[in-house]
Ligand binder design. Structure first.
Ligand SMILES: [Zn+2]
Length: 250
């Protein structure tokens, strides 16, 4: 990495890249919320997005942090949550994925990510991506070293309208290797009046995902990603209802 002074974003990332809650929990579960925040430093002018677009699902997973915090509170489990928008650098993508720093996201152009020089891209990775994944890896390493079981669950939400098409699914459980764990979750969610599916609305892809394949599957740990449709997470009561569905199953 060249000197940080060579990027116009030098010094902008002053808030911590993540918040780690209940680090000392003895529960096997580690909750991860990579798309928790829509925060973009003011100097970056929402990366050229309209104020409306910068509040949309492209910037964060609406309701996901509230759900993850509620689950962390209910179960007393560790939660690692990002403090910056996924548009700066997506924490659930390999660092060299084409959409790691997207110039376009769904139907929205992201002008502030176009024509970024490599120094600035690397600076974002060093400030935001690397600390998050190093912390998660260390957390898992410590527990394995103590002989403790570990499960990793990412909490996400998806937009009800995608490229103009309505999506009717209520909740998806995305997984790669963790078939048994995913099936238990799918069976449990299926006992509620919900539209539930495995590996929808997305599939786990080693080139398009980070947390499940890298921190879970590659280490032989149970790992899944939960996707709840974000219009179902818009009130505290709705979030509590979803935590009630998920908490006994995780
Ligand atoms: Zn997400």
């Amino acid at each position: 990495m060249r000197a940080c002074t060579e990027t116009v974003e030098q010094g902008l990332y002053t808030r911590p890249p993540y918040t780690l809650s209940r680090e000392d929990s003895e529960h096997p579960l580690i909750l991860v919320c990579e798309h928790a925040s829509r925060f973009i430093p003011a100097q970056l002018n929402d990366l050229g997005l309209s104020a409306e677009a910068a509040r949309e699902h492209i910037a964060w997973d609406i309701g996901a942090l509230a759900l993850a915090q509620r689950l962390s509170d209910t179960l007393g489990v560790t939660l690692l949550a990002a403090n910056y928008s996924r548009l700066l650098v997506d924490l659930n993508r390999p660092r060299h994925a084409p959409d790691s720093i997207p110039g376009q996201s769904e139907i929205y152009q992201v002008p502030g990510n176009r024509d970024l020089d490599e120094t600035t891209r690397e600076y974002r990775r060093q400030c935001l991506f690397k600390p998050f994944h190093t912390r998660l890896q260390t957390l898992i390493d410590q527990r394995i070293a103590q002989g403790r079981p570990v499960r990793v669950v990412g909490i996400h939400s998806f937009t009800p309208i995608y490229y103009g098409q309505p999506r009717l699914l209520d909740v998806g459980v995305l997984y790669g290797q963790a078939n048994d764990y995913a099936q238990r979750l799918l069976d449990g969610l299926g006992r509620h009046p919900l539209k539930v599916a495995g590996n929808q609305p997305y599939k786990i892809d080693p080139l398009g995902d980070m947390t499940v394949p890298v921190h879970g599957d590659a280490r032989g740990l149970e790992a899944v990603l939960i996707e709840v449709r974000n219009d179902l997470l818009r009130t505290p009561e709705a979030v509590a209802r979803w935590a009630g569905y998920l908490a006994p199953l995780l």
